[in-house]
Design a binder for this molecule. Structure first.
Ligand code: ADP
Length: 502
C-alpha cells in the first residue's frame, strides 16, 4: 500500500474549513433544526473531513414546504425552457471549471482513485447536465387522431402534453455521489421539477459543493434543496411525505422496498428505483482472453467493487477457465492499494468501516461454503478501510457469494460447459441489471444478448454507460430507466386533451 502524505487543494481546504457544512434549503444555507451534526470521513485514513449539519424530520418538513412553494408559485416550472436550458448548461460549465477540485473532493470523501474520479465521474456528471440542457426545449407531447367508435362522425382535436411531475425527492447512494446526483437532478430540472436531494450519509460533501455551483449558475432559490442526513430519518421522512410527488432512488433493493412501502402508505407517489445487481459476466473460450480478463477484472473491481452493475458472477467456459482465473488472480494480487489522492493508486479503500466488515463477512461465507480463495480478501496493514480484492474460484451457484450482492471487491468465478447451461445459470438470479458476453462468434453473442434477462448487455466490453442511453434493470434490480430520453417518463405526467370541433 502506498502511504505518502498527500497535499489537499486549497479550494477544498477552504470548503472544508469554517464550521459545520450547512443544509441548502430555500436558497439559503441553514443549520439543522435540532442543531445536530455528523462527521464526513476520509475512508483512506478514517479521519474526519468535516462536520455536517444533519437534516432530520423537521428539516424535511421545511424543505418540502420550500420546494412546494417554488413548484407552485416560483419561476422554475414556468420558465421559458430555453432559459432553463441555459442554466443547466452553465452548471455543466461550472462543473468543468472546478473539475479538478470536485474530483479531489469526491476522492477524499468516497475513497475512489482520483484518476477515476477525474476521468469518469466528472466528465459524466458534466455531460449529464449538458445532455439534459438540450432536452429542455424538446420535451413535447403528441397530436393523436381519435377513432371514437361510439360517435364515428364526430370531430375532435386531441393531443397530449408533458408536465413536470412536481416535487422530486432524489435519494442517492455513496458509491458515485456526484454522478448519481446528476442522474437525477439534470433530467428532473430539465422537465421543470423542483428537487430535494438527499445524499448518502457517508458522502454528503460533493453534493453540497454542487449546490454552491448551482446557485452560482443562477438556479432560482428553492429549486434544489440539499439535505445531508441519514436514511432511516431524513430519507424515510421524504419517502413518507405527502408533499413529495415522486421519489427517485438509487441504492439497495432492501431500501427500495421500504421506500415503496412508505410511498404506498402515504400519497402513492411516483417511484423509480435503481437497485442492486449480481451481474453475470460470461466468457467463452474463443474470446480474446487477455481483453476478457482485463474487463472481468475491471468489471468486478472498478470503484472497489462498489458499483451496482459489478460483474461479480464470472462464468468461464471450461477450456479457458484455468487461464482466465490465474490472469484475474495475478492482476488482483498486483493491484496498488492506497489513498485515492495518490496518483499511483489503482484501488482505494471501501467507503466505511461498517461496509468493509459487511464485505469481509462475505469473504468468510465464501471460505466456509468451500469456494477456493485464490487472492486477497484480507486487510493490508495500516489505517483506512482497505481490503485486498478477493478472487474466489470453484464457486457453486447456490453459495452466498454467488447469489447475494456484495457491493465490494469480491469476484466469484465459475466454470461452464455449454451455451444453454450458462445462459440458464446466468438468468437464475433475483437481479437483472447487467450482463456481459465475450466471444468472437457473432451468432453466439446475439443469441446470448436475446436470452439474457438484464437491462444492459455488453458484448466484448463491460461497464459502459452514457448520458444518452437508458440505464436500469429487470426483476429486483429496479423500476424505470434513468439517463437517456427514457428518463423523461420519470419526471413528467402526461395530460390528454380533447377539444370538441363539432
Ligand atoms: P447502503 O446500505 O449501502 O448505505 P442504502 O440503499 O441503504 O445503501 O442507501 C442508499 C440511500 O438510501 C442513502 O442515501 C441512504 O441514506 C438512503 N436510505 C437508507 N434507508 C432509507 C429509508 N428507510 N428510506 C429512505 N432512504 C433511505
Amino acid at each position: 500500500m502506498t502511504t505518502e502524505t498527500i497535499s489537499i487543494d486549497p479550494a477544498i481546504q477552504k470548503f472544508l474549513s469554517g464550521g459545520a457544512k450547512k443544509i441548502y434549503l430555500g436558497g439559503k444555507w441553514v443549520d439543522s433544526k435540532t442543531g445536530k451534526t455528523f462527521k464526513a470521513l476520509n475512508p483512506a485514513t478514517g479521519e474526519t473531513l468535516a462536520e455536517v449539519c444533519e437534516a432530520g424530520k423537521e428539516d424535511v418538513e421545511a424543505a418540502v414546504s420550500a420546494a412546494r412553494e417554488q413548484f407552485e408559485n416560483g419561476p422554475w416550472s414556468r420558465m421559458n425552457p430555453a432559459e432553463r436550458a441555459k442554466i443547466l448548461w452553465r452548471i455543466g460549465d461550472l462543473l468543468e471549471k472546478h473539475a479538478d477540485e470536485l474530483a479531489a473532493l469526491e476522492t477524499l470523501n468516497n475513497g475512489k482513485p482520483v484518476k477515476e474520479a477525474r476521468s469518469a465521474d466528472l466528465p459524466m456528471t458534466i455531460e449529464n447536465f449538458r445532455y439534459w440542457s438540450g432536452w429542455c426545449t424538446k420535451i413535447t407531447g403528441e397530436t393523436i387522431p381519435t377513432t371514437t367508435p361510439y360517435a364515428p362522425k364526430a370531430k375532435f382535436f386531441s393531443y397530449t402534453t408533458k408536465e413536470a411531475v412536481g416535487v422530486v425527492a432524489a435519494i442517492i447512494p455513496w458509491n458515485m455521489p456526484l454522478q448519481m446526483a446528476s442522474w437525477k437532478l439534470a433530467p428532473a430540472l430539465a422537465c421543470g421539477c423542483v428537487v430535494i436531494l438527499k445524499p448518502a450519509e457517508q458522502t454528503p460533501l460533493s453534493a453540497l459543493r454542487l449546490a454552491e455551483l448551482m446557485e452560482e449558475a443562477g438556479l432560482p432559490p428553492g429549486t434544489v434543496q440539499v439535505l445531508p442526513g441519514f436514511g432511516p430519518t431524513a430519507g424515510a421522512a421524504l419517502a413518507a411525505h405527502p408533499g413529495v410527488d415522486k421519489i427517485s432512488f438509487t441504492g439497495s433493493t432492501e431500501t427500495g422496498r421500504e421506500i415503496l412501502r412508505a410511498s404506498a402508505g402515504s400519497n402513492l407517489k411516483r417511484v423509480s428505483l435503481e437497485l442492486g445487481g449480481k451481474s453475470p459476466h460470461i466468457i467463452f473460450a474463443d474470446a480474446d482472453l487477455e481483453m476478457a480478463s482485463r474487463h472481468a477484472y475491471m468489471g468486478v473491481f472498478y470503484n472497489q467493487g462498489q458499483i451496482c452493475c459489478a460483474g461479480s458472477r464470472i462464468y468461464v467456459e471450461r477450456p479457458a477457465y484455468e487461464e482466465l482465473t490465474s490472469k484475474l488472480a495475478d492482476r488482483a494480487k498486483k493491484v496498488r492499494l492506497g489513498p485515492g489522492l495518490d496518483p499511483k493508486t489503482q484501488m482505494g479503500p471501501l467507503v466505511s468501516s461498517e461496509h468493509r466488515a459487511r464485505v469481509e463477512s462475505y469473504v468468510e461465507a465464501g471460505k466456509k461454503e468451500g469456494a477456493k480463495l485464490l487472492a486477497g480478501g484480507d486487510r493490508p496493514a495500516g489505517k483506512g478501510f482497505f481490503l485486498n480484492p478477493a478472487v474466489f474460484t470453484d464457486v457453486k451457484d447456490d453459495m452466498k457469494i454467488a447469489r447475494e450482492e456484495i457491493f465490494g471487491p469480491v469476484a466469484a468465478v465459475m466454470p461452464f460447459d455449454s451455451v444453454d447451461e450458462v445462459l440458464k445459470r446466468a438468468n437464475r438470479s433475483d437481479y437483472g441489471l447487467a450482463a456481459g458476453v465475450w466471444t468472437k462468434d457473432i451468432k453466439k453473442a446475439f443469441n446470448a444478448v436475446n436470452a439474457l434477462r438484464a437491462g444492459l448487455v455488453w458484448v466484448n466490453t463491460f461497464n459502459l454507460a452514457d448520458p444518452t442511453l437508458p440505464w436500469g434493470g429487470y426483476k429486483q434490480s429496479g423500476w424505470g430507466r434513468e439517463t437517456g430520453a427514457e428518463a423523461i417518463k420519470l419526471y413528467t405526467e402526461t395530460k390528454t386533451v380533447w377539444v370538441d370541433l363539432n
